[in-house]
Design a protein around this ligand. Structure first.
Ligand code: APR
Ligand code: PHB
Length: 389
């Protein structure tokens, strides 16, 4: 069997790329190792930059997002028990869209099914080969039968633990990584958000975040130890810890309820270089990870997709050179988002080993941030997303 582009992974990267390529008339097959329900069960961040919103629009999957998503024009940072607002719209002229990654993925899956585009779920033992040649191929086991698919290109949209990056010879790739000494314990609950806008909280007990999915569904996080057992965190213990980290008046307004999802995620910064290996490209979490502070993960995946879509559609339209720039173009934007996510993580969390000097530096930085229009603008322009160049 043959297609033009084989896409490994049906997360947001793979599905969005598939949708855009199909709109440009480029045949593609998505190969996913899990079931669609499993993919939709993963709860991740939910803040979309305007460039991501625009790309979803171009892909023809923005209708429900525009109906149900919540445009936000500001965000709050809390330290020393005081809430401070960053006026995103006033400082940058831009807003962000609060709409969960699960919903983005569902919209993309529905659009792919409606367009009748080929997708193989529950594909086992996926193997990528020949990407150092012009005739790469992918094979997988489906219902016990091995299937081989030839293509012009392979898009590795298979996340951090995927097979594509792992198939590259070690000498051909450089990995940059920072692992943080804590995790985020997240709870999803059908309760109204405590505030109209997101609140990122720096507190002596550790970071907290008040986020939301809708007017009736909230997402809250508290910084926790990496070896914490999620089963040991009752709902009551979670809400009590969150309240301790919020200003008294905010804690008093918090509506609590039964959790519908609860999980612990480690925090990591990670970049692989380059992102192209012959006819195979790494896209999204397969090539890089950001800690969730700042909500850049999905947005970076979307910008990678935009660059690769342009490069591949350019190649089929006769401008073969664009494909040579995918890796450097994507990495330039990735490193800036890595910097921002690392900076915001460093500013907002309690670090076990940084001592009183580290803590004073965080305080001084916060104090400066809220006294300087320039500093607030730097935060705001990164938060709403840097341009696609
Ligand atoms: N074969 C086929 N599919 C695979 C394989 C494999 N060997 N390994 C992993 N996959 C699938 C996973 O099951 C998953 O559905 O690839 C998909 C990758 O999806 P994501 O991990 O969601 O990665 P991506 O699409 O790049 O989305 C990035 O996810 O983690 C967040 O913050 C991140 O929001 C960002 C987004
Ligand atoms: C979320 O809503 O899950 C969320 C929002 C903002 C972040 C991280 C996660 O920075």
């Amino acid at each position: 069997m043959k297609t033009q582009v084989v896409i490994i992974g049906a997360g947001p990267s793979g599905l969005l790329l598939g949708q855009l390529l199909a709109r440009s008339g480029i045949a593609n097959t998505v190969i996913e190792q899990r079931s669609a329900d499993y993919v939709l069960g993963r709860i991740r961040a939910g803040v979309l930059e305007q460039t991501t919103v625009d790309l979803l629009q171009t892909a023809g999957v923005a209708e429900r997002m525009h109906q149900e998503g919540l445009p936000h024009v500001g965000v709050e940072l809390c330290f020393g028990g005081q809430r401070h607002r960053i006026d995103l719209l006033g400082l940058t002229g831009k807003r962000v869209m609060v709409y969960g990654q699960t919903e983005v993925t569902r919209d993309l899956m529905d659009a792919r099914a409606a367009a009748g585009l080929p997708t193989v779920y529950e594909a086992d033992e996926v193997v990528v080969s020949g990407f150092d040649s012009a005739t790469p191929s992918v094979s997988y086991l489906k219902d016990g039968v091995r299937v081989e698919l030839q293509a012009d290109f392979i898009a590795g949209c298979d996340g951090f633990h995927g097979v594509c990056r792992a198939s590259v010879p070690a000498a051909a790739i450089t990995l940059h990584e920072k692992v943080y000494p804590f995790g985020w314990l997240g709870v999803l609950a059908d309760v109204p958000p405590v505030s109209d806008e997101l609140i990122y909280v720096q507190h002596e007990r550790g970071f907290a975040l008040c986020s939301q999915r809708s007017k009736v569904r909230s997402r809250y996080y508290v910084q926790c130890a990496l070896d914490d057992d999620v089963a040991a965190w009752s709902d009551d213990a979670f809400w009590a810890e969150l309240k301790r980290r919020l200003p008294t008046e905010t804690a008093a307004q918090l509506v609590t309820g039964a959790s519908i999802e609860k999980s612990i995620a480690p925090l990591r910064s990670f970049v692989a270089e380059p992102l192209r290996f012959g006819s195979m490209f790494l896209v999204g979490d397969a090539g890089h990870i950001v800690p969730p502070t700042g909500a850049k993960g999905l947005n970076l995946a979307a910008s990678d997709v935009a660059y690769l879509w342009q490069a591949i559609s350019g190649w089929y339209a006769g401008s073969k050179a664009e494909i040579d720039h995918y890796s450097s173009r994507a990495l330039a934007r990735i490193w800036k988002a890595e910097r921002f996510s690392w900076w915001m993580t460093s500013l907002m969390h309690k670090f076990p080993d940084s001592g009183s000097f580290g803590h004073k530096m965080q305080m001084a930085e916060m104090d400066y941030l809220f006294s300087s229009q320039a500093a607030m603008t730097v935060l705001a322009e990164n938060y709403v997303g840097l341009p696609l160049v």
